[in-house]
Design a protein around this ligand. Structure first.
Ligand code: NAD
Length: 352
């Protein structure tokens, strides 16, 4: 019998399928809007320009300066462009960085958001916005941050480089693992978490073998959607706090840091949350931490924080920072425990 729980369905409309990029115009109309500002990074500018061209009069223009960690200075510039363009909604085309910009605009001016998600990070289905200003990253959580409509078109991920696909996929899997032992986990988010893990575990090796495998791309995007909903529905613990510490305090890249740490944080919590993690552990041969590390290693994921530039001398400082503010976690978060975990992850050792 399930333990008592509270379940709130994740609102928002999801349109999934190859070629669905073509439905952006219909989705703008469905929101009662008429003119969208199309957002992207500089790298995805050609895609944003092509989308704006295909929208014709429904495009108010493009803004292609989205950047990692959502700098407030970029958001302020985008707000001016939004206002001057006469837009009444935003279309964010890209990964977490572009989606973050759309959320930051909408949080300030209530613009309806359509997201065309092109990585596996999952931000498009969460009510979380991380922003940086004066070298500090802060996070806000507000229902109005969650985009109204999400379009998943696997065709747009065919060119996502393999290395990024692998890291981004493991980033998504981390949401699912932590969702399983979340204090507010419920049967529905746990079903989504296990199915998300299964889908990504099946898809990522096929993407590594053949990056343009359309079925594998669709399955990975489907898995990342499920994992994203888990992230947006229940509380995250050790893994996400530690990644936040390393990202904010040491400027470590987002997806790669998640990819390296997830086997270690899963191993740290494995015994304390054995029941709740059992279905995930089964997928990885019974030992979740070790199994995830073997899986990550087999698909060529980064394994060592040292390779991302974290120095030996940073480890103690990171462990200190990680235990500064207490939060719920299945196993007590101790400085020694975290230092041991980080030391193994630093050199790329398999977790014990
Ligand atoms: P990203 O959005 O920074 O993308 C990395 C690079 O890949 C960019 O240059 C981008 O244009 C490019 N790219 C994206 N999709 C592509 C594709 N299909 N083909 C080719 N290139 C592509 O990376 P990310 O990992 O998706 O996002 C990281 C950011 O998102 C971080 O700032 C993180 O904090 C944030 N994030 C937020 C949440 C949330 O819920 N608020 C969740 C996850 C991540």
């Amino acid at each position: 019998m399930p333990a008592p729980f509270i379940y709130s369905a994740s609102p928002g409309r999801v349109v999934f399928g190859p070629g669905k990029l073509a439905s952006v115009g219909t989705e703008i109309e469905a929101l009662g809007c008429r003119r969208a500002l199309v957002l992207s990074t500089e790298f995805q500018r050609p895609d944003a320009d092509a989308l704006a061209a295909s929208l014709g009069g429904m495009a108010a223009g493009t803004f292609t300066e989205a950047a990692m960690h959502t700098p407030v200075s970029v958001t302020e510039k985008a707000m001016t462009v939004y206002k001057e363009s006469g837009a009444d909604c935003v279309v964010a085309l890209g990964g977490g960085s572009t989606i973050g910009l759309g959320k930051a605009i909408s949080w300030r001016n209530n613009a309806p958001q359509i997201v065309v998600a092109t990585t596996y990070a999952g931000s498009e289905v969460t009510d979380i916005l991380g922003q940086t200003e004066n070298g500090r990253k802060t996070t806000v959580r507000d229902p109005k941050i969650r985009p109204e409509t999400v379009i998943y078109d696997p065709d747009l991920t065919l060119g996502l480089p393999v290395a990024m696909s692998v890291s981004s996929g493991l980033n998504a899997m981390a949401h699912a693992v932590e969702g399983l032992y979340a204090p507010d986990a419920n049967p529905v988010t746990s079903l989504m978490a296990v199915e998300g893990l299964r889908a990504l575990k099946s898809a990522l090796p096929r993407i590594v073998a053949a990056p343009e495998d359309r079925d594998a791309r669709a399955e990975a995007l489907y898995g990342s959607w499920l994992c994203g909903i888990v992230l947006g529905s229940v509380a995250m613990s050790l893994h996400h706090k530690l990644c936040h510490t390393l990202g904010g305090g040491f400027d470590m890249p987002h997806a790669e840091t998640h990819a390296i740490l997830i086997p270690h944080t899963a191993a740290y919590n494995a015994t304390a949350a054995a029941d709740r993690l059992s279905r995930a552990a089964e997928l990885f041969g019974g030992d979740l931490g070790g199994g995830l590390w073997d899986f990550a290693s087999s698909i060529g994921a980064p394994l060592a924080l040292a390779d991302l530039g974290l120095k030996d001398s940073d480890l103690a400082k990171a462990a200190d920072m990680a235990v500064e503010n207490p939060y719920q976690n299945p196993r007590e978060v101790t400085r020694d425990g975290i230092l041991d975990l980080l030391t193994r992850a630093h050199t790329g050792q398999r977790p014990v």
